[in-house]
Ligand binder design. Structure first.
Ligand code: EPZ
Length: 433
């Protein structure tokens, strides 16, 4: 297993370019199951989860050409003759977003057999809301041997209200509804930019959708969808991670090729901490040259403070004077990074869904363990300001959602290198987008 070795103390200086959003590319790839024509996606990030989704779609009979090394990272998916409506446990257990194929399979192939994802490091992560919504659309659902089986001759439009806001639940049912007969109204929907991006792709494919990005989405079902070309939005969580890195290291870092308006909650909060930023249409410049002061956050669904940036913010809070309260309201176990930060010298107390961070505490390098994607990012950030050397094990967690993170960090002055098994020779470095 690969490790990162990071020596702290260097302020990040210069410009880092953001890749496409993993959490927009994953539903977009699943959407290709809805048509027999090719779907061409640009700006797909070169991360492990995308490779997992490629394997998953290939087992269903789709032809997937990942665009690494091509201009615009252009990825083509064509599911002309889907043969196998099954998402097996060995793939789903490595990436729960595999459940995004459930809705498209039932809509296109009239059946689906998808392994229940099981829990993960950050929580139980059930998919009961996906299943209830599909039943409302007329699918007959059974569950056995750890698999969900869904069947429907043709889905019928319905009014569906989510008991709680779910991002992939909204995306799954939005995709299913595009081929259902009649109108579907989805209420209490997720408003994340990734949902809006998926709706934009589906509309290019011929779907009739109104209200994406609001709590109520209306879909008029159509008989079939056609191919399309679509550019994936920038990854707001990667961008937010680098914004925190610039703030934390007291650097002068420009995060380029991002959508600043997707990061309002984070940018407002770090300015409260005393960080100076300047924003253009597609970049955020962070200069962290003064003392930082603690500020509280509570994670919420978009446009609130993103749960996927909570761990990164906690690393920053350890370097802020005073107390920062971090409330995690989305997942039940998303403080795995806290104990590793404590081992590096942080002062963090956990009580239920609340972490109380007292700073500023000097951090010292240590051997630490990555546990999940965003917790790992938090440890990288802490290592950038720790005294001495930090070794982070199991960095495959990071590789799931960050493209070439060690190269990007080295490019702006960080002392970071990857050690471990010899990596397969990477495809030619992607053409600059
Ligand atoms: C998406 O996960 C993201 N993943 C997650 O990013 C992100 O943390 C999460 O949304 C919240 O923003 C992708 O988009 C691929 P949810 P998702 O359904 O859709 C409960 C990352 O780091 N729930 O919005 O799985 C659930 O347990 C990943 O990139 C049900 O109870 O999250 C959670 O408490 C991690 N029943 C809450 O809702 C359901 O059927 C929100 O989950 C579905 C969800």
């Amino acid at each position: 297993m690969d490790k990162f070795v990071i020596r702290g103390g260097n302020p990040l200086l210069g410009t880092v370019r953001i890749s496409g959003a993993k959490n927009a590319a994953l539903p977009a790839m699943a959407a290709a199951l809805l048509t027999e024509e090719p779907v061409i996606l640009e700006n797909v990030p070169q991360v492990r989860d995308i490779e997992t989704e490629r394997k998953l779609l290939a087992t269903m009979g789709a032809e997937v050409e990942l665009g690494y090394g091509r201009a615009q990272h252009r990825t083509t998916i064509c599911c002309r003759n889907p043969a196998n409506p099954e998402a097996s446990y060995d793939l789903v257990k490595t990436m729960r977003a595999s459940t995004l194929v459930l809705g498209p399979l039932v809509a296109r192939m009239k059946e689906a057999r998808v392994s229940l994802p099981g829990g993960c490091a950050i929580g139980a992560r059930p998919i009961d809301l996906h299943i209830k919504g599909l039943e409302k659309l007329g699918a007959r659902i059974s569950q056995e041997h750890g698999y969900i089986e869904a069947r429907a001759e043709r889905l019928r439009g319905a009014q569906i209200r989510f008991d709680r806001i779910t991002v992939t639940g909204t995306e799954d049912l939005l995709m299913a509804a595009t081929l259902a007969e009649g109108e579907t109204v989805l209420e209490n929907c997720a408003r994340e930019p990734e949902v809006v991006d998926l709706a934009a792709l589906l509309t290019k494919m011929g779907a009739r959708i109104e209200g994406a990005g609001t709590s109520t989405i209306r879909v008029q079902g159509v008989e079939q969808l056609h191919g399309a070309r679509h550019r994936i939005i920038p990854d707001r969580i990667e961008a937010g991670t680098f914004v925190v890195a610039g703030a934390l290291t007291g650097g002068d870092l420009t995060v380029a090729g991002c959508e600043p308006r997707h990061l309002d909650a984070l940018l407002q909060k770090i300015q409260e901490c005393g960080i100076r930023i300047s924003v253009t249409d597609d970049s955020i410049r962070v200069t962290g040259d003064g003392p930082l002061k603690g500020a509280d956050i509570a994670t919420e669904e978009y446009p609130g403070f993103a749960t996927d940036l909570q761990a990164q913010y906690m690393a920053l809070a350890t370097q802020c004077d005073g107390v920062s309260i971090v409330d995690e309201h989305i997942f039940e176990n998303r403080f795995m990074h806290a104990q590793e930060l404590v081992r590096m010298g942080a002062n963090i107390k956990i009580e239920s869904h609340r972490a109380t961070v007292r700073g500023k505490t000097p951090l010292s390098g240590a051997a630490v363990l990555a546990s999940d994607l965003r917790a790992s990012a938090s440890l990288v950030l802490a290592a950038l300001v720790a005294d001495g050397e930090t070794i982070i094990d199991r960095v495959y967690h990071i590789d799931r959602g960050y493209e070439r993170i060690e190269e990007k960090l080295r490019g702006v002055g960080a002392q970071i290198r990857r050690i471990g098994e010899l990596l397969p020779k990477r495809a030619a470095s992607p053409v600059a987008v």
